[in-house]
Design a protein around this ligand. Structure first.
Ligand SMILES: Cc1cc2nc3c(=O)[nH]c(=O)nc-3n(C[C@H](O)[C@H](O)[C@H](O)COP(=O)(O)OP(=O)(O)OC[C@H]3O[C@@H](n4cnc5c(N)ncnc54)[C@H](O)[C@@H]3O)c2cc1C
Length: 379
């Protein structure tokens, strides 16, 4: 496809910034429109497995990623009551070689600071909330809440689970409440009073789980996400404040080792969890100029810690398709044919909440390289 094409990416999240970075390197004229006034350091962490970190390496971001986060050395699954180890994976030099990249935990705010370097200065237009798309035969017009407008040859909707681009393509449809909510707390590791915890542990209960992990290589900051069943959720807010007492009460019957970690929590908030039913329609069909990636087209519950990695993989594959194919429709068709089977597997495993609960083949997931994997022929 001609690199003179103008590409508008809506959303400066994980997927949007990676796609913009790759497309700029291929010579496209890329602009990213983000609704937020600036990146902020919201209180949450994220795990990026090797299938995602090797993509960030291609964007020249690996060193900064590791410096800001932690190269994890191990993940352990433990039973909520006995504390028995159900599964363990060690991340050492040999596994990093086999997977092709490290396994990294990082504060989301720090990740955004790193990702901002994926694109040339001035690429991101903050405070630009997309409100409308007008797709014409020769271009797409983007209209923003701040009263401005822009024009592009291709629009990539990377605007997350409540995607406006998706609404424009498929019609407005609220995401599905999963019947669960996540406590999210970050606190200094010295509040553990000398307790050394593994880099990442998942405590598995019958209807809930809790995942404490370090956020920095100095192991001085801990993030503990605890997912509990909630029958319904009223209101549109992304999160509500809650208390350490509430968090502890929700995991009161869990093993003493987890209790000691949760005792260290200071402030905590509760986030409802949403996803969408699988929908394999990621572009507007014949001759469309609009395509979706990441949570905009396939949000999953966060139980496999893979939604962000899927957005990053999408970005790498979509960029390759747009660079490889001379025709937009073929590029979108190959992108979807390449991505849908793998994303479908991840969606199924996330819904089951079965990833690494017991002995698990992880190589198909971690060893995958979206920068070199074969592109499926356009359907
Ligand atoms: C509790 C929880 C824990 C998780 N943990 C992990 C994990 O450990 N590992 C992992 O890989 N994934 C995890 N995920 C999933 C991961 O966060 C998402 O899958 C990932 O952020 C999706 O990336 P994205 O780029 O598609 O969208 P997002 O990261 O959501 O980015 C979308 C961007 O679009 C912007 N935007 C939205 N609407 C508009 C608009 N109208 N105009 C302009 N801009 C707009 C938003 O402000 C945002 O910056 C977790 C999710 C949750 C809820």
């Amino acid at each position: 496809m001609s690199a003179r094409q103008r590409i508008a990416v809506v959303g400066a999240g994980l997927g949007g910034l990676c796609a913009a970075g790759f497309l700029q390197r291929s010579g496209f004229a890329v602009k990213v429109f983000e609704q937020a006034p600036a990146f902020s350091r919201i209180g949450a962490g994220i795990i990026l497995s090797a299938n995602a970190t090797k993509v960030l390496r291609r964007l020249g971001l690996e060193d900064a990623l590791i410096a800001a986060g932690i190269k994890s050395q191990q993940y352990i699954s433990r039973a909520w009551d006995s504390g028995e180890t159900m599964y363990e994976i060690v991340f050492d030099a040999a596994s990093e070689r086999r997977h092709g990249g490290p396994y990294v935990h990082i504060h989301r705010g720090d990740l955004h600071t790193v990702l901002a370097h994926a694109v040339a200065p001035g690429t991101i237009a903050f405070d630009h909330q997309l409100v409308e798309l007008d797709e014409r035969a020769d271009a797409v017009r983007l209209i923003f809440a701040n009263g401005t407008a822009a024009e592009a040859d291709i629009v990539i909707g990377a605007d997350g689970i409540r995607s406006k681009v998706r609404d424009c393509l498929l019609g407005a449809e609220a995401p599905r409440f999963c019947g669960a909510a996540a406590y999210r707390a970050i606190f200094p590791a010295d509040r553990l009073n000398g307790l050394r915890i593994p880099d990442c542990t998942k405590w598995w209960g019958t209807d809930r789980h809790c995942l404490p992990y370090y956020l920095t290589g100095r192991r001085d900051e801990v993030y503990a996400i605890g997912v509990v069943p909630v029958s319904h959720w009223d209101g549109d807010e992304a999160s509500v404040p809650t208390t350490r007492e509430q968090y502890l009460a929700s995991f009161a019957h869990f093993h003493a080792d987890l209790q000691r970690v949760l005792q260290a929590v200071q402030s905590v908030s509760l986030w409802p969890i949403y996803d969408r039913e699988r929908n394999d329609c990621w572009s507007g069909g014949h001759d469309s100029r609009i395509v979706l990636l990441g949570d905009a087209c396939h949000p999953v519950p966060p139980y496999m810690a893979a939604g962000g990695a899927m957005a990053v993989e999408d970005a790498a594959i979509l960029s390759r398709c747009l660079t490889t194919f001379g025709d937009r429709e073929e590029a979108f068709a190959s992108y979807m044919a390449t991505r849908i089977p793998r994303v479908g597997d991840v969606q199924r495993i996330s819904l089951e909440n079965s990833w690494m609960r017991g002995p698990t083949d992880t190589d198909w997931f971690y060893c995958y390289d979206p920068c070199t994997a074969p592109l499926a022929p356009p359907l």
